[in-house]
Design a binder for this molecule. Structure first.
Ligand code: ADP
Length: 558
């Protein structure tokens, strides 16, 4: 019944482990890999960055309108109207002097076929400027008569304060792209049915060196854009269509192909605003993101698998321990019961007083003594073990003549050894210095080892005990010619409750505590216990105790 329950417990624990940890962990890992593959296939990271770039470019275009609007609004207020007659020119000049960012100003009145123009007075002596500006004015003069009416009609439909527009485009000047432009509006005070236009053109140099560099800087450093949390440095430039040479570039522009572009439509037609990252590409960032995530996922997976493995190991260890403990209880009860039954049987026989033979009396007393000794040894082992487990085991170290301790311990056991038909050899070297040990603990260790030699021998019955001094330790050695211990179990036999798989071991009573106590005792003395063994040849256990001034253990609590 209990066996069946244990099995169910184990299965249930393993099932829980699988269902509650392994399956979700595997699902999580699988999902993450699927997700990353998905991101990779859809180029999702790249698309997200491109979306951000387009958003920023759109903001740049909007800002350019607002900033141009701020420049044009005062000009509209100061502008002459067609009824100003001969003062028009002077008024235009006045406007231009107040606003050096314009190359020229012009007023057109269709009714009188009047076109008054004035170039920036401040640059009257700049010959190249005058030449180019004149070209622009000529162009303006050529399209005004045909376009003015529709332009005015269009402006009249717009909201008063925003009713202005801008024509612009590219031309080659001295082999370089130059941006010509003209902003137009209806001068104040012009009757609604009259076709009249006020015009100002931004100076190309002003746009190239002041207006757009400031705009680009403003957009890139703006805290309100999606770029604020970007660890990479976005850079911008403006170029003409069909020519990717920058006309204006942000300070950090480092050349190369732009990643995203936007062609201005509303304010400065035909300008192309382009954007990229400095020193890297969106594709690189996408790859880096994936690589980083795969590495993190890999590391986490390894940790998770490690964790699961550790949990599994601990759970199985705990389960084995639980099983071993219950076996231990069964074993110990059995071990207690046998000597008690014997003691009772022989005591009862003696009590009846029917024995004639004096030798028989002696034998029965001896059996009772031996069995009670066995009981004492077992109980001592169990008590020691429980003290060690509870961390309450205390050792009392005192200067001891080890040779004498070993000899007297063996003497009390000699009879039993020989009675069991064992050849016994005792070698105690005469040069053993006094050492500080817990007498009782050392005697108990020796008895445990000798007792094991008795228990785990078949036909070749031999026990040898030696005490000798090596370089740095005093060695207490117990040899037998018994069943031996397979190499893979030689470390395990020192674990609590562990018993080897040999059938003989299972026929012999034992609790699996003796060697774990011996090791604990040896270590508490600053030494250790070692085993050398070969199956079917025999075993040699050596308790090595350090000696000398540095190795005095004093008093220790386990
Ligand atoms: P117990 O003897 O009560 O089982 P121990 O801790 O003393 O517990 O020993 C643990 C196991 O080590 C034993 O069950 C046995 O399998 C093995 N063992 C110990 N001493 C010897 C030995 N001298 N020869 C062969 N096997 C041994």
């Amino acid at each position: 019944m209990s066996k069946k329950w244990r099995l169910t417990d184990r299965t249930r624990t393993l099932l829980t482990l699988e269902l509650a940890i392994v399956l979700p962990a595997a699902a999580l890992m699988g999902f993450s890999i699927w997700n990353l593959k998905h991101i990779q296939r859809d180029k999702a990271v790249e698309a997200a960055i491109q979306r951000d770039f387009q958003y920023v470019l759109k903001i740049a275009e909007k800002k350019s309108w607002h900033q141009a609007n701020e420049l044009i609004t005062p000009v509209r207020k100061e502008f002459p109207n067609p009824d100003d007659g001969p003062q028009i020119k002077a008024k235009l000049e006045h406007v231009l002097l107040a606003h050096p960012e314009y190359a020229y100003a012009a007023l057109y009145d269709k009714k009188n076929n009047l076109l008054v123009t004035r170039m920036q007075p401040g640059r009257d002596h700049d010959q190249a400027f005058c030449e180019f500006t004149q070209e622009d004015i000529n162009m303006l003069a050529s399209w005004l008569p045909s376009e003015a009416s529709s332009t005015v009609k269009h402006l009249r439909k717009m909201k008063e304060e925003e009713s202005w527009g801008l024509y612009g485009g590219w031309t080659l000047r001295a082999n370089q792209h130059a941006y010509w432009n003209v902003a137009y509006f209806i001068p104040e005070g012009v009757a609604p049915d009259r076709v009249a236009l006020g015009m100002v053109a931004f100076d190309e140099e002003y746009l190239r060196k002041t207006f757009f560099p400031a705009l680009v800087k403003d957009v890139l450093s703006s805290k309100s854009t999606v770029l604020k949390a970007d660890p990479n440095l976005p850079v911008m430039m403006i170029h003409a269509p069909r020519d990717s040479t920058p006309w204006v570039a942000s300070a950090d522009w480092d050349g190369g192909e732009p990643e995203e572009e936007r062609r201005f439509a509303d304010v400065f037609p035909d300008l192309i605003l382009a954007m990229k990252y400095q020193g890297t590409t969106i594709a690189d960032i996408g790859n880096r993101f994936l690589r980083y995530n795969y590495i993190v996922l890999g590391a986490l997976s390894i940790l998770m698998v490690g964790g699961i493995w550790l949990t599994y190991r601990n759970v199985s260890r705990e389960m084995t321990l639980a099983r071993v403990k219950s076996d231990f209880v069964a074993n110990v009860s059995h071990e207690l019961r046998t000597p008690l039954a014997l003691i009772r049987l022989y005591a009862e026989t003696l009590e009846l007083g029917r024995l004639k033979d004096k030798e028989k009396y002696q034998e029965y007393f001896r059996i009772i003594r031996e069995e009670s000794e066995r009981l004492t040894a077992l109980i001592n082992n169990i008590l020691d073990f429980s003290r060690i487990e509870a961390g309450r085991k205390e050792y009392e170290f005192q200067e001891t003549n080890l040779a004498e301790l070993v000899h007297s311990t063996l003497e009390s056991y000699r009879f039993q050894i020989q009675q069991n038909g064992f050849a016994f050899e005792e070698n105690i070297s005469p040069d053993i210095p006094p050492v500080k040990v817990d007498r009782e603990a050392i005697a108990r260790s020796l008895l445990n080892l000798v007792n094991n030699a008795l228990k785990y021998s078949r036909d070749r019955k031999f026990i040898g005990v030696s005490l000798y001094r090596s370089n740095s330790s005093i060695n207490l050695e117990v040899r037998d010619s018994g069943i031996g211990i397979p190499a893979n179990e030689q470390e395990k036999i020192f674990e609590k409750f562990y018993r080897c798989g040999d059938p003989l071991v299972h026929n012999v009573k034992g609790s699996g505590l003796g060697l774990s106590l011996v090791r604990h005792i040896a270590r508490a003395h600053g030494g250790d216990v070692l085993v050398e063994s070969e199956p079917e040849k025999g075993s040699k256990f050596t308790i090595a105790l350090p000696f000398g001034p540095t190795s005095q253990a004093g008093s220790a609590t386990a």
